[in-house]
Design a binder for this molecule. Structure first.
Ligand SMILES: Cc1ncc(COP(=O)(O)O)c(C=O)c1O
Length: 397
């Protein structure tokens, strides 16, 4: 069986380095808020391109800490609205509702599967305080139009970067030099998850907030430490959400390999796109357009000047295919030894926990959830396994 995600094999690639890093923490006898955390936070802020990185317990906490900090700063208050893509993972929505805020669901574009920036303005009300973009599947969701909307309406731009570590945005009007900014540095604040299955995955739970805003970083750090800047002095009703030294040391090791790992994911994705030619297995959402095909290509400055828009970088956290016969395709792959997953079978607005939104009709979101299938795409796959996956996808009738 080719596993969807073989974490033992993936982490086995860095086995010696991880063991050495863990041993160093064990020898230090210091398990929280120490040198390993400081070193990882500094390296990750540098990598992402922000002034601050604050480690925390997981990606959901990272999102919640951002909202809680904005509430403490008086930027938001309970009942305010946050615009969010309707096809996101439930954690993005839970962070909003757990902070007493209200999500305003916006459909994704069928071209990119990312929030449709042409639909955002009509979702803005006097209570809107932020737009949360989610770089879903590893693809950049940011557009300059979204940034313009935020400045025009004085909204915070929050990135959920749980799925896109290392993804970049090509700055427009630069045909030769390709200055790239990473996702996680494009808005006012960003949340990152280092859940084991992520592109940069810990060996347990971990997360981080990145930002250039010193006040926000300070409050996020305090909130995750019982609301305290100074031991036994509590300015906020905080929580306990910290990254531990062992996870920070492991993440520091894996960060060094992230670009190479993402490159391998891109090569695998390119092979799937080139070599899978079965009309029953499509790469685009069924209502996707010609532009979508162009946007799937690798970042390339020439394309920007030729077509007038930046292609979207993707680090393929998830490689999506679409089929009107998704469930039969999944069964066929399983019978032939390929494990797959669905991201996600039920959209947030149709979940039992959000009964109040079950009546909403969001056709593109619902179509994605009905037809999406994720096939294995990670750095530890061998060429032979990729050949097999391609052959099986082509053999589906
Ligand atoms: C888009 C998105 N946001 C947030 C999260 C939450 O991250 P975590 O599982 O680390 O809490 C995840 C991952 O699980 C995710 O995929």
């Amino acid at each position: 069986m080719i596993k969807y995600l073989d974490l033992k094999r993936i982490n086995g690639l860095y086995d010696a380095e991880i063991r050495e890093a863990v041993n160093k923490v064990l020898d230090s006898g210091w398990y929280l808020k120490g040198e390993a955390t400081r070193q990882f936070e500094e390296a990750y802020a540098n990598y992402i391109g922000t002034r601050y990185c604050v480690g925390c317990g997981n990606g959901l906490d990272a999102l919640k800490l951002i909202f809680r900090a904005y509430i403490e700063m008086g930027v938001m208050q309970q009942g305010d609205e946050v615009i969010v893509p309707a096809n996101t993972y439930i954690a993005s929505i839970l962070a909003i509702t757990e902070c007493g805020l209200t999500p305003a669901f916006v459909e994704p574009s069928s071209d990119t599967l990312q929030i449709d920036d042409t639909l955002i303005e009509q979702a803005i009300t006097p209570r809107t305080r932020a737009i949360m973009i989610v770089h879903l599947y590893g693809r950049c969701a940011y557009t300059s139009h979204i940034a313009d909307i935020c400045s025009c309406h004085n909204l915070k731009l929050i990135e959920d970067n749980a799925q896109a570590h290392g993804c970049t945005f090509l700055l427009p009007f630069t045909s030769h030099l390709l200055p790239l900014k990473r996702t996680g540095s494009l808005g006012h604040a960003a949340a990152h998850s280092f859940y084991p299955g992520k592109n940069l995955g810990a060996l347990g739970d971990a997360g981080a907030v990145t930002t250039d805003d010193s006040q926000l970083a300070d409050i996020v750090r305090a909130l995750g430490n019982y609301g305290s800047h100074q031991k036994y002095v509590h300015d906020y009703c905080g929580c306990n959400s910290r990254v531990d030294e062992i996870q920070a040391a492991i993440l520091f090791v894996k960060l060094k390999h992230l670009d190479a790992d993402n490159q391998r994911r891109k090569e695998i994705a390119a092979r799937y796109e080139r070599e899978v030619s079965n009309p029953l297995v499509r790469f685009l959402c069924p209502v996707g357009s010609k532009r979508a095909e162009l946007e799937r290509r690798p970042v390339d400055s020439e394309q920007y000047s030729r077509f007038g828009f930046a292609p979207r970088d993707c680090v393929y956290h998830i490689f999506t295919v679409f089929s009107s016969q998704r469930d039969r395709l999944q069964k066929f792959l399983a019978e032939n030894g390929v494990e797959t997953q669905i991201h996600y079978p039920i959209p947030p607005h149709k979940q039992k926990c959000y009964k109040e939104w079950n009546v909403l009709e969001l056709p593109i979101t619902e179509l994605i959830h009905e037809q999406e299938l994720s096939i294995p795409c990670h750095q530890a796959l061998t060429d032979e396994e990729i050949n097999r996956i391609i052959a099986i996808l082509n053999a589906f009738k």
